[in-house]
Design a protein. Structure first.
Length: 224
């Protein structure tokens, strides 16, 4: 199966499983030995675990809707950047229903084999989501307002295989994680990109976790 088929499978998961609640489609889209590296505590990293998670999540957010903002496919990998929106009408993971709406960002990487998803990693703006729902306070912001961005440094990402980084990523990582040296950001973006938009998040993170370090796991390229 090629990259276009993998993209189609990714679209089906978002449209059918997440947005429409057709959990039976998971059996068609997942391989028999699928492993999820980003499940929450207490949820098995298996196909059955995925069904249990989405059942609980959709019960808590009955109007849950995901939009694919961007996607990159290369080899057996698919990367999706998504925007999620929902209203918390039910309890979830020990949190009582707040009745509030939230909009947050997620990035997912899926590995395919024989046309089926067999491995998954995810990064979720959990802090931004919880802040909007009233369960957390984002740095420098009062509780109940929008989170600090799509690439929240407090989101979890585990696993992956290391590959060579691209030039822009190579310039960005050292600029943002070592002693808060922000000038390097200017070298990581072209003149047409406003790097100033990235600076507040970097300042917030480096002030909270001054000894933070970043390490490459994987890098995919497609188009520009």
């Amino acid at each position: 199966m090629g990259t276009q088929e993998n993209k189609a499978t990714g679209h089906r998961f978002v449209d059918e499983v997440i947005n429409r609640g057709n959990l039976a489609a998971i059996d068609e889209l997942y391989g028999p030995n699928n492993v999820d590296h980003s499940v929450p505590p207490g949820v098995p990293p298996t196909t059955e675990g995925a069904k249990a998670f989405w059942t609980m999540f959709r019960a808590a957010f009955p109007d849950l809707h995901y939009t694919i903002d961007d996607e990159v496919a290369e080899g057996d990998r698919l990367v999706q950047r998504l925007t999620a929106h929902g209203t918390m009408r039910g309890d979830f993971q020990g949190m009582p229903a707040s009745g509030k709406e939230a909009t947050w960002s997620e990035i997912h990487i899926v590995r395919f084999a024989n046309g089926k998803a067999v491995e998954h990693w995810g990064v979720v703006d959990q802090l931004g989501m919880l802040a909007q729902l009233g369960f957390a306070q984002a740095p420098g912001q009062p509780a109940g307002v929008r989170g600090i961005g799509a690439l929240d440094p407090f989101g979890r990402a585990r696993g992956g295989s290391a590959t060579a980084p691209d030039t822009k990523s190579e310039a960005l990582i050292p600029a943002t994680d070592r002693k808060g040296r922000l000038p390097g950001i200017e070298r990581a973006f072209s003149p047409g990109e406003d790097s100033r938009l990235r600076v507040p998040t970097v300042i917030s993170y480096s002030s909270v976790v001054p000894a933070s370090r970043a390490r490459y796991r994987e890098c995919l390229h497609e188009g520009e």
